[in-house]
Each structure stands twice: as C-alpha cells, then as structure tokens.
Write a protein that binds this ligand. Structure first.
Ligand code: BGC
Length: 243
C-alpha cells in the first residue's frame, strides 16, 4: 500500500508493508512546490505514484484539518487549499481511491497500530513537534480527528509559535529553555484533557533525553517509535481501509 506524507517543505512517499508497519525500500522525496497550491502538490503526488509504478488506493496526509476529504485549514501550505475537496482532486488525477487525512492523525494511527500507543487503553495524546505542532487524540484506540492542539491560544499567541521544533531552531533556544516551554505547553494540554499518556513525535522525539527533565508533567511521556515514517505508514493504513 502506498503512503504519501505532504508537508510544508517536502512530499515523501513509499510503499508500506502493512504486516510490519515498515517501509518497503527507500522513500522518495520531492521538495514541496512553492507556492504549494492544490494543482502543484497533486502533480508531485502523481510523480511519486508513478515513481513506484503503484496501482491501487493511495493514502495521503496534509498538515491541515481534513473533514471527509475537504481541507479546512492551511497553516504550512498554500491558503488556496482551504475549502478544496482534496480527496476528490487527488482521485481525479490519480484515477484511484484516495484516503486523505491530517498528518498528525496519520502518525497517531501508525503509533496505535505498530508503535508507542499499541494496546494502550484510555486517552492517548500524540503531539508532533516540527514546523508546527500536530496532535492526534485517541479514546480507547478510536481517533478523535482534527484536534489541532498546536493552535491553542497560549502565551499571547498560538502554542506552535511558542514551542514547536521550528521555534527552537529559529530562536536558537537551548534544550533547557525549549524543554521548559514544551513542559508549560504539555501541562496546559494536561489541564484541558487529562490524558493517560503523551506520545511525543517529530524529529525531536529521538532526542527526548535532552529535554525530558525540563517537562515537569504528571502524565507519562514516551517518544514515538515510528520516527519520520509515521505519517507515510498511517496514510498507507488509511488507504488499506478503503479496500
Ligand atoms: C497544522 C496541523 C498539522 C501540524 C503538523 C499545524 O500547523 O495546523 O494540521 O498537523 O501543523 O504538521
């Protein structure tokens, strides 16, 4: 099954072995076109499908609210996506059924099936720290889609402008100052939803050891296990559900 993860800077795809939740070979990455309009992005997805000579359903993620195929927000892609039926657009271009979902939701589905959330009951909250902050919420293994906790109003702005991995790099924050910010944010989310488990995803999850002692959060925190491939794997899982 083919999964494609559409991000603000790169569009990455790979065939996925769904029995193991792993990529079959190398993933193929193409820079996100600028401006990242629906037509331009869909062209790149078509190139990835052709590269793998894939036939059959395709799963795609977007860094957006996606309700029944229709894109609701566009924080890190071109605004012209808003209101577009992205699923219908992709299906017309690729001539195959497409599952389209939020990137953090896809990562969460992958962690739930193969990784850190496997067989975890109760309320599980996955937060991905990258250019933005993505969120996926599960209640006893059932996804509550499009939660968008990165856009909570926080410290006079949006949470992702205070504590995303992009902010750590752009503001050249030490692990201590950034970890302290992430801790403040996690404690805020904790007060709002009282989760049983936080899963931290995104590239920084590999380096949890550098900042976990600054988080001071009473909810257990574990790193995501599928690393950068969670979006692709979750997208492929969603495509498999179409069959
Ligand atoms: C977007 C979310 C996305 C997250 C991670 C946020 O800016 O609003 O939809 O999941 O970034 O890419």
């Amino acid at each position: 099954m083919l999964g494609v993860d559409i991000g603000g800077s790169g569009i990455k795809g790979a065939p996925v072995d769904l029995s193991a939740g792993t990529l079959v070979g190398e993933r193929h990455r193409i820079d996100t076109p600028q401006p990242s309009t629906p037509a331009a992005v869909v062209d790149v997805v078509a190139r990835i499908v052709e590269f793998f000579q894939h036939e059959g359903p395709v799963g795609c993620t977007l860094p957006s609210v996606v309700r029944h195929g229709v894109v609701g927000t566009a924080a890190n892609i071109d605004e012209s996506w808003i209101g577009v039926d992205g699923r219908a657009l992709l299906e017309r271009r690729l001539r195959t059924p497409v599952a389209l979902l939020n990137d953090a939701d896809a990562a969460g589905i992958a962690e739930l099936t193969y990784g850190a959330a496997k067989e975890v009951a109760g309320l599980v909250c996955l937060l991905t720290f990258g250019t933005g902050i993505g969120s996926a919420l599960f209640v006893d293994g059932v996804l509550v889609p499009n939660t968008e906790f990165g856009h909570f109003e926080f410290k006079g702005g949006e949470a992702e402008d205070y504590a995303s991995a992009r902010v750590r790099k752009d503001a050249n924050l030490s692990w201590e100052s950034w970890g302290t910010r992430v801790g403040e944010y996690l404690r805020y989310v904790e007060r709002v939803i009282s989760p049983d488990l936080f899963i931290l995803g995104g590239g920084v999850s590999r380096r949890l050891g550098r900042f976990e002692h600054y988080l001071h959060c009473s909810t257990p925190i574990v790193p995501a296990q599928l690393r950068n491939n969670a979006g692709i794997v979750g997208a492929a899982l969603s495509a498999a559900a179409l069959i």
